[in-house]
Design a protein around this ligand. Structure first.
Ligand SMILES: [Zn+2]
Length: 80
């Protein structure tokens, strides 16, 4: 599967992030690239300071969970 950054797609930028197993599956899924994920975390931290603990906790999560978060955020914010 191909993982594309939902925000880069929206902006018309090169959006390809990485391949995801199964590689033979040619369908696409959305996530956020590190640039957009960082800016999203920054804006979330500014707007919702009460949720800053969550943002800081996300920094400490393992890489796999960070990928899950990027994908989740991509789904949640792809239409905003
Ligand atoms: Zn992006």
């Amino acid at each position: 599967m191909k993982v594309l950054c939902a925000w880069c797609v929206r902006d018309g930028k090169p959006a390809f992030l990485r391949e995801k197993s199964p590689v033979s599956d040619v369908s696409e899924t959305h996530g956020l690239c590190s640039d957009h994920f960082t800016s999203l975390r920054a804006s979330v931290g500014q707007v919702m300071s009460s949720r800053r603990w969550l943002v800081s906790q996300m920094n400490d999560f393992c890489w796999g969970l960070t990928r899950w978060g990027q994908r989740l955020m991509g789904r949640l914010f792809s239409l905003s």
